[in-house]
Design a protein around this ligand. Sequence first.
Ligand code: GAL
Length: 554
Amino acid sequence: MKRTWKNFLAIPFLIVAASCSQPTVSSEPEAHAPTMGWNTYNTFNLDINEQLIIEQAEAMANSGLKDAGYRYINIDDGYFGGRDPETGRLLIHPVRFPNGLKGLVDHIHSLGLKAGIYSDAGTNTCGNYWGKDSLANNVGLYGHDAQDCEMFFNELGFDFIKVDYCGGTTWQNYYSIGIDEEERYRQIRQAMDETGRKDLRLSVCRWNYPGTWVSEVGDSWRMSQDINCSWRSIRNIIDQSLYISAYASKGHYNDMDMLEVGRTLSQEEDMTHFGMWCILSSPLIIGCDMTTMRPETLELLTNPELIALNQDPLGLQAYVAKDGGNGTYVFVKDIETLHGKTRAIALYNSTNEPQTIGIDYSTIELGGTVKVRDLFARADVETAADNISIEVPAHGTRIYRLESTQRIERSLYEAETAYLSEYQELHDAFSVATAYYEKDAACSGGAKVVNLGRKPKNDLRWLDVYSETGGEYEVTIDILPTPEALQISEWDSNPGGYQFFLSVNDGVGNRVRIDKDGTSATITVTLPAGSNVVRLYDDRYLMPGIDRMTLRKL
Ligand code: GAL
């Protein structure tokens, strides 16, 4: 007998019970948490139909996935049937969906689930170009924003839309319409708002981090090319996620793409895939066939402690706390309470060999006694008093919830954890003068920020520089030698050195000056109690590469 979730549920002794009462996600998902659902594309590609989607929706409702928080049944590319040449009305594929989509959406809703649909910001879809789906030509939103949004959301009752960009590019298109992504996605969000529905989710699909504007329009946005069911693809997407934690916030998330869990990856790789998507607060959109899931897939996808980490009310994405320099990383994020005593960490091994990965608790600002819980095993574990050190298998990840008795004030802020106001990955950063993150083994934390300055908005912001009581701090900024950023003395005291500005909470800028052979500068600033924004900027000149900021309370 093939083992699937249906016969798995009939064998109670296989079900691993939660060993103690840890906070878990309630069956009603957090309103502003990453979307949890399923999408047709990874398993079925363009070859979709009504019956298949009904079966998947029923599997979600009955297998325990719905109870674990999964809600959205999302129809991807493949349902299009062209447009009516007279009225411009979008048509639905007559063979795959002979009854249209209204009854299907109603059925999904009757199961207590939500329904998602797919379109393109341009004229045609990726399925039209790559899949040669001739009925998917001229079906994108371009020129039809209001008409299609009215149909999707008010007439058919969809709750979610993924908007792709094949029809907006020239290289995946039969012709060019020369659109701008920011303008187009803003127009689409506006058309969605104008339907009067307040509960709609927009998933932006632009295959790289699009730009900071995207948080104003998208509930989530893709930050990578399409995922595929290979370890290489999972590793690459995690690699592209290392330094973009600052762009995630409550209700707005980096989308690492639909899950390949439960297909052909090894169990260890599936755990890394799911666990990292959880701690990095990606939407969790299942991509396997839910009607034939293996028991271990269902158990992983419904692990309540990992899901709680993903749906955590703070909405934070974990950042790199330690780069082991050998393909291992420790990620950390606050959970439950900002600046509180509970944090989550992931020990991630991207290499093909087992690796010992560890970190001192003080490095992640925890002190006193630390209680450790393994979220995969769902069991408490013992570690040394002041650090954790674990052998992690090749391609493996271990994720822990740490509950300490003391939170230490953070004193190290790596540049690669900061928010860059002009950050984007779509256009050549030099031509458009936007800063970016770059790996550099010589840097603390293994990375730096370069190409800052030259215009007012192209700055670096540490958005949450926390001072428990407020007061005076010595702030040290470490930089990298950057010959192009040396300024030929406009100011006599520092000929041929570096200069830029530092402000706190957008107050008056403090001049930061560093000799041409220097690598750091220290100034004194006052931080009010609570969370502060420390900004580095230069409105006119290129700034040197920034490595990190350290704080010392005076
Ligand atoms: C791609 C997109 C995929 C899928 C596909 C459909 O552009 O990234 O997730 O939607 O189009 O053709």
